[in-house]
Design a protein around this ligand. Structure first.
Ligand code: HEC
Ligand code: HEC
Ligand code: HEC
Ligand code: HEC
Ligand code: HEC
Ligand code: HEC
Length: 407
């Protein structure tokens, strides 16, 4: 009864919390569209602002509606320099406080965009647990484990345990039997030490046919597994996480400060390579932030010497394979996390997926093509529907053709 009551009350608490959160979201959304605001914010403001109260390049935007009124905010976002130049005391003080860093102007923004962003900031601060999940609900790291080989390991371990148990049972039987023998034929056994009996028992045990067959099979299996693993493992670098010349942390930049991946990896939407940012991109912020840190000094040294920072490459396909980021990220709508794991939680980048051909193919077989709003696919989809009820998968548009991935 007591536990039932507890269940009931915990249910009620959760229910109330959910309704409360929904309501809070609703309240914030009344004025502006928080979802749209989130997109706008993440794409345009997150590189310099945190929606909470942390300082990135500019101030955290928490409580901004209490600090400034809407008219001022619209004016500011449209043209920050104009507001500063107009002699607005608040703006001038702010500008000086943040080391005279220039905020980007968004001349195309109006009341609607600013309201949406404010709604998002409000929502972020009222229900952080709900909105603070980076990448939305799509965080489904695919192919981060190598299923079959794990299964094989489990099977082998299980087999090993069973064999040890059998061994134990057999040993007991042998010892019981040998005791029985010594009991009935006492004369013969007198003087036989424990060690001699044990040796005798073990010999009988080792001569047992079933035991011998089992052991032979066991060793064959182990050897096969080791060989297979070795062969499959050639060239696979899953888990590779080299030390980098500057201790750059994604957990800090992409996780804590929510800097968009795109801000640094400018190629992901446009081309084959994602690009590693040049030191100049770092300098956008580190021209003013943490100048004194020895790690940041390394960036300065690279810029002064006009030499690129020598980052160690983590992901690397062999030359025979062709992979294109824009195709996956921009056209296909695949999230970084699906292939790279949760980079925003990594202090040091680690290769989470195997990057094997099987991994690519596996995803192409399972993943539906993102055809929404893409006229290119309209005809293909209707054609596909006439032949099968299955949804259009990457495999159906040629994702399994050798020549698509091999030069
Ligand atoms: C390149 C960096 C950068 C970007 C991008 C940026 N800001 Fe700013 N923002 C700043 C800086 C720096 C300040 C502090 C004032 C200054 O130095 O000009 C600031 C100040 C503000 C303020 C005033 C904060 C306060 O506490 O009074 C608001 C509001 C603001 N920004 C909104 C936005 C919005 C909305 C966006 C996106 C549409 C955005 N900013 C994009 C750098 C940026
Ligand atoms: C402030 C700039 C910055 C941001 C933001 C950033 N990265 Fe990076 N990223 C780097 C730098 C610099 C490296 C090279 C050093 C390293 O490996 O840590 C790198 C390396 C990587 C690598 C490994 C590249 C290789 O060598 O194979 C991946 C994958 C990656 N980033 C993904 C992401 C994802 C996903 C995000 C967003 C969640 C992101 N990055 C955000 C700067 C950034
Ligand atoms: C959009 C702004 C921004 C960009 C771009 C950026 N950083 Fe940072 N970085 C920060 C902030 C904010 C901190 C935290 C500073 C603090 O702890 O006070 C930081 C901290 C660091 C630190 C830790 C410093 C220390 O000693 O604590 C390192 C190292 C670093 N960044 C390297 C880089 C590198 C390398 C790049 C370019 C690939 C880069 N950052 C680009 C904003 C940025
Ligand atoms: C469909 C899987 C997939 C997705 C999605 C994906 N990547 Fe990659 N990424 C790869 C592969 C495979 C490589 C290795 C490419 C090579 O060696 O040619 C790679 C390499 C990289 C590199 C190293 C530089 C380069 O281009 O070779 C960076 C940085 C990177 N990815 C960042 C990102 C970011 C940021 C996102 C999300 C916007 C992302 N990736 C989305 C599979 C993916
Ligand atoms: C997480 C799932 C996923 C993984 C892993 C993945 N892909 Fe893809 N791939 C897609 C999707 C989705 C598309 C469809 C994009 C579109 O709409 O054109 C695609 C399309 C492609 C295409 C174009 C196919 C065509 O007919 O237009 C090529 C080439 C390709 N991928 C290569 C690779 C290679 C090489 C790898 C492994 C290194 C890989 N992919 C890994 C999801 C994935
Ligand atoms: C979706 C992309 C994709 C498709 C389709 C694809 N491959 Fe691959 N293939 C790869 C990648 C990535 C590698 C490199 C990783 C590895 O060795 O597993 C690879 C490796 C290989 C290798 C091994 C080369 C070596 O040195 O180990 C051979 C052989 C190969 N592919 C042949 C084929 C043939 C034949 C087809 C058509 C039936 C095909 N591939 C279709 C992506 C693909």
């Amino acid at each position: 009864m007591k536990s039932l009551n507890f269940l009931k009350s915990s249910f009620i608490i959760r229910f109330t919390l959910c309704v409360g959160l929904l309501y809070a979201g609703q309240l914030a959304a009344q004025d502006g569209d928080a979802a749209n605001g989130e997109t706008l914010f993440k794409n345009n403001c997150a590189s310099c602002h945190n929606p909470g109260d942390q300082v990135v390049v500019g101030p955290g935007l928490k409580g901004i509606q209490q600090r400034r009124d809407l008219a001022w905010l619209v004016k500011w976002v449209k043209n920050p320099n104009g507001v500063i130049a107009s002699g607005d005391q608040y703006a001038v003080d702010l500008y000086n406080k943040y080391g005279k860093a220039q905020m980007t102007a968004f001349p195309s923004y109006g009341e609607k965009e600013v309201k949406d962003i404010l709604a998002y900031v409000e929502k972020y601060n009222t229900a952080p647990a709900v909105v603070a999940v980076p990448g939305g609900g799509a965080a489904q790291p695919a192919g981060t484990t190598s299923g079959p080989s794990d299964l094989f390991t489990y099977l082998l371990v299980a087999l090993l345990i069973v064999m040890l148990l059998v061994l134990g049972v057999l040993m007991t039987i042998v010892s019981v039997l040998s005791k029985a023998v010594t009991g009935t034929e006492g004369t013969q056994a007198t003087g036989e030490t424990f060690m001699e009996r044990l040796r005798g028992g073990l010999t009988t045990f080792a001569q047992n046919k079933a035991v011998r067959t089992a052991s032979v099979w066991f060793f064959i299996l182990m050897a096969t597994k080791a060989t297979l693993d070795g062969m499959y493992g050639i060239g696979i670098q899953q888990g590779y996480a080299p030390k980098q010349p500057i201790s750059f942390s994604h957990k800090l930049h992409a996780g804590q400060y929510k800097i968009d991946c795109n801000y640094c990896h400018t190629g992901v939407n446009r081309g084959k390579s994602a690009h590693i940012p040049s030191a100049n991109i770092c300098m956008n912020c580190h021209g003013v932030i943490k100048k004194e840190s020895p790690e940041i000094q390394k960036i300065y040294a690279a810029v002064e010497a006009n030499k690129p920072v020598e980052w160690v490459r983590v992901h690397n396909l062999p030359d025979l394979a062709y992979f294109n980021h824009a195709q996956h990220v921009n056209v296909g709508g695949v999230q970084c996390v699906q292939c790279h794991g949760e980079i925003e939680k990594m202090e040091v980048v680690q290769q989470r997926s195997s990057l094997t051909m099987g991994w690519c193919i596996d995803c192409h077989r399972k993943t539906e093509v993102n055809t929404k709003g893409n006229d290119y696919y309209t005809k293909l989809v209707s054609l596909h529907k006439t032949t099968t009820k299955e949804s259009l998968k990457v495999a159906d548009i040629g994702g399994l053709e050798c020549s698509k991935c091999h030069y």
